[in-house]
Ligand binder design. Structure first.
Ligand code: NAD
Length: 467
């Protein structure tokens, strides 16, 4: 039997989970990176990282190449993406494939670690990027596999080991990714257990991870609760939190293109990405034409006020976001709302006030409220208000450089996309590398290997200056 093939690996992971669910006593063999307890996982990662420090950078590069290779294998990508859609009940399979490939190919590796130097009469000083050691990383349901791949490449490139605390709704997928990544590392002679997790990653286990003395850095990708938790830990922490990205359209924009870009961005993976357009703010003068063009691109407009409010009640009963509709398709949500929409509907659009629940909440589903404003200045005010100071992502369609600049200064988001779909901000049809951990609150921005490294000064006195 082929024990390296994806079918065998998936079966093994599933058998372990089934057994664990039946008996309550997880069967875990640490060699797949999955340990029975959080403590055992952290101890194994700490030992592996010690070993890793003795290895040359050449091995790091080889390991990362192997990690990319295993995650790009057609059968692996397809299995992982089908599994995550099924397990989490969210998102779009085709779009997941694209996101997974983007994370795998685009995440920077060892080349991200640039040394700085000063040389002069007093000698030569280097500023080097050095690992933290073991990093505890908490991952979301919305991009579980992409975040594991993206974090693993970045964190290992910087010389760390990583302990994941995956979201329970994406456990099987996360275990599979961790197993495959370990297999890739070991296949080129890298240490086992540089990427680990525990069999039952509950909130308690995450808390255990946060206080464990061998975990030197915490990285949380998720909503406000988990970001607050890591920032309260007393350890170095990176918080990649919630967004509510507005797309502002003014009268100078290419309206036909803006409409297409907004629908493309908003419908991507059923609006799961934290960067995806969550509401539109549009200058009255061009609003009707924008809506007309959105409809040409697969938007279905709900005009009845009662139907709009009923939709809000459905997806946010008693004013709180219902997870039942997060990451579902527009057709699914429409059916639940009793709306008969065309087969090719990609996004449900509706005009609302800026205070409407649909505009204020980070819905993470293809419902796009549209707020009309008198002019671009009012539009900037409304966009800033709807972004809630998250400093995450904003999009603007305009040809007015002054107003684009003003918006960028006022909204202060980590990502500001001009005249394109939101996903251009993570390197999909826009320049720059991708990340799935966008650290607005703590300021690292689009995280990469250098974000997971300590800056250390290495001083040689009185030599090595050859100027
Ligand atoms: P979530 O906050 O519900 O869960 C994220 C992770 O944190 C999960 O693994 C969860 O089990 C864990 N968790 C939650 N509360 C915790 C606590 N108090 N202590 C320890 N662990 C805890 O988020 P989600 O629904 O999985 O993801 C969606 C959210 O994440 C959205 O708000 C989205 O904007 C945000 N997000 C941000 C980024 C970014 O890069 N900034 C990327 C993806 C998702």
């Amino acid at each position: 039997m082929d024990t390296t093939g994806i079918e065998y690996i998936v079966k093994k992971v599933m058998d372990q989970i089934d057994y664990a669910e039946e008996t309550g006593a997880p069967v875990v063999d640490g060699k797949d990176g999955v340990f029975q307890t959080m403590d055992a996982a952290i101890e194994a990662a700490a030992a592996a990282q010690k070993e890793y420090m003795k290895k040359p950078l050449a091995l790091r590069r080889q390991m990362i190449a192997a990690m990319r290779e295993i995650m790009l294998k057609k059968e692996n990508v397809e299995t992982i993406c089908a599994m995550v859609v099924e397990e989490s009940g969210m998102g779009n399979y085709e779009h997941k494939l694209a996101k997974h490939r983007l994370a795998t190919t685009g995440t920077p590796g060892v080349e991200d670690l640039l040394t700085e130097a000063w040389a002069g009469d007093d000698g030569c000083t280097l500023l080097e990027l050095s690992p933290f050691g073991v990093i505890g990383a908490i991952t979301p349901t919305t991009n579980p596999n992409e975040t594991i791949v993206n974090n693993s490449i970045g964190m290992l490139a910087a010389g760390n080991a990583v302990v994941f605390s995956p979201h329970p709704k994406a456990l099987k997928t996360s275990f599979l990714c961790i197993k495959l990544l370990n297999e890739a590392i070991v296949s080129v002679g890298g240490p086992r257990n540089l990427i680990v997790t525990c069999a039952n990653p509950t909130i308690e286990a995450a808390n255990e991870m946060m206080v464990h003395p061998k975990v030197r850095m915490l990285v949380a990708t998720g909503g406000p609760g988990v970001v607050k938790a890591v920032l309260s830990s007393g350890k170095k922490a990176i918080g990649a939190g919630a967004g509510n990205p507005p797309a502002l359209v003014d009268e100078t924009a290419d309206i036909e293109k803006a409409a297409k870009d907004i629908i493309d961005g908003c419908s991507f993976d059923n609006n799961l990405p934290c960067i995806a357009e969550k509401e539109v703010v549009v200058v009255d003068q061009v609003a009707d034409y924008l809506i007309f063009n959105m409809k040409k691109n697969g938007a279905y407009e709900i005009t009845d006020k009662k139907a709009i409010d009923a939709l809000a009640d459905l997806v946010c009963p008693e004013g709180r976001l219902s997870r039942d509709f997060v990451g579902k398709s527009a057709k699914y949500i429409a059916a639940a709302a009793g709306l008969d929409v065309p087969e090719d509907t990609r996004v449900l659009i509706c005009e609302t006030s800026k205070d409407h629940l649909l505009a204020v909440e980070e819905l993470m589903m293809p419902i796009l409220p549209i707020v009309r404003v008198a002019n671009v200045d009012e539009g900037i005010d409304v966009a800033v208000e709807l972004e809630h100071g998250n400093r995450h992502t904003a999009i603007m369609h305009s040809k007015n450089v002054d107003k684009l600049t003003e918006m960028a200064k006022r909204i202060q988001t980590t990502i500001f996309v001009k005249n394109g779909p939101s996903y251009a901000g993570i390197g999909f049809g826009g320049e720059g590398y991708p990340t799935f951990t966008i650290a607005g609150p703590t300021g690292e921005g689009l995280t990469s290997a250098k974000s997971f490294a300590r800056r250390r000064r290495c001083v040689l006195v009185g030599g090595f200056d050859i100027k």
